[in-house]
Design a protein around this ligand. Structure first.
Ligand code: BDR
Ligand code: CA
Length: 316
């Protein structure tokens, strides 16, 4: 079986955790590297969360830490609870001892090295703010254009408006980096709130995770139970709970999961003010600017949830 080589850039996060498990437990993906970026919480916390997840599900992949803050702005988040809790991954006690360590290479060094030496094009899956991706493209524009197959990202929104916070977190958090990514000329596939708020799991999904009977399934059930409670209280209660970031992995594994998508020009607002970080999606093609992203609107939910259960069952 030909495996798809991927690099995952993330800020775990409960839904990043699901994205990681989905990628690591699916045989057709070859996860070459995991990079971390400050977002949901500060860099040290999201890196610690990544190492805990990998250790608990028995996966061994290089984890490299990247940007501590957005490219232009400071790290603006206070470490309040938010939708992911104080640790960034509340709801499960991981073992205190973890033999896994963060790489001596930075995210930028490791990602550039892998791109340089790869004979195949690499797919990037980005599930946090786009600071690392923006830096990589700025530092190695030609290498990125030549060697990156696509950037499958969770971020942005076209029609869906979440008023608390005002817009999608990942594109908002580092608007300047988001602009670099969308204007890079590299194929961008955008899994924004339009699709992720349709891909909701319910309580029965948590029972199914538990019933897998392995430690990965138990960990996921506990974490997602907490996330559902926090998310629906802090953000939005639509009668289920999203796992935003996992959508950006699912489409890489199996394109046929996508039920509706459209290519269009997406502009990232960077002017300071309330719209900074907004994704202005030209879905009526009025600007006549060339399409720079494929925006995903619908996916096959049943298949999506099955993929996650299958992947969890293949891990420890
Ligand atoms: C995004 O924000 C983060 O909290 C989630 O992990 C996801 O990447 C959703 O807006
Ligand atoms: Ca995330």
């Amino acid at each position: 079986m030909r495996k798809i080589p991927v690099i995952i850039d993330c800020d775990p996060g409960h839904d990043d955790m699901v994205a990681l498990i989905l990628a690591l437990g699916t045989p057709c993906l070859d996860v070459k590297l995991i990079t971390n970026v400050a977002g949901n919480k500060v860099l040290s916390k999201v890196t610690n969360n990544t190492l805990n997840i990998l250790n608990y599900c028995g996966a061994q992949v290089e984890v490299a830490a990247g940007a501590r803050q957005p490219l232009v702005r400071g790290y603006q988040r206070t470490d309040t609870e938010g939708a992911h809790g104080l640790s960034g991954l509340d709801g499960f006690e991981f073992p205190v001892e973890n033999p896994l360590r963060v790489s001596k290479r930075t995210a930028l060094e490791a990602a550039a090295d892998i791109l340089k030496h790869s004979e195949e094009k690499i797919t990037f899956i980005c599930t946090g703010p786009l600071s690392n991706m923006g830096l990589l493209i700025r530092a190695y524009p030609d290498l990125c254009k030549e060697k990156i197959e696509q950037i499958s990202l969770m971020g942005g929104t076209c029609h869906f408006i979440l008023t608390k916070p005002f817009m999608e977190f990942n594109t908002y958090f580092d608007a300047e980096a988001s602009k670099i990514v969308f204007e890079s000329g590299i194929p961008v596939v955008m899994y924004g709130y339009d699709v992720t708020y349709k891909a909701l799991f319910q309580e029965d999904f948590l029972d199914k995770l538990d019933r897998i009977g392995n430690q990965t399934g138990h960990m996921m059930a506990a974490l997602l139970r907490k996330f559902m409670q926090l998310h629906n209280q802090v953000w939005l209660d639509l009668g289920g709970c999203p796992v935003h970031d996992a959508c950006a992995v699912a489409g890489v594994i199996d394109r046929s999961i996508i039920r509706k998508s459209e290519k269009m020009y997406v502009e990232i607002m960077t002017e300071p003010g309330p719209l900074s970080g907004a994704t202005v999606c030209d879905y009526e093609h009025r600007s006549r600017k060339p399409e720079n992203a494929e925006v995903i609107f619908e996916l096959d939910l049943e298949k999506f949830l099955h993929m996650i259960l299958d992947a969890a069952g293949r891990l420890a």
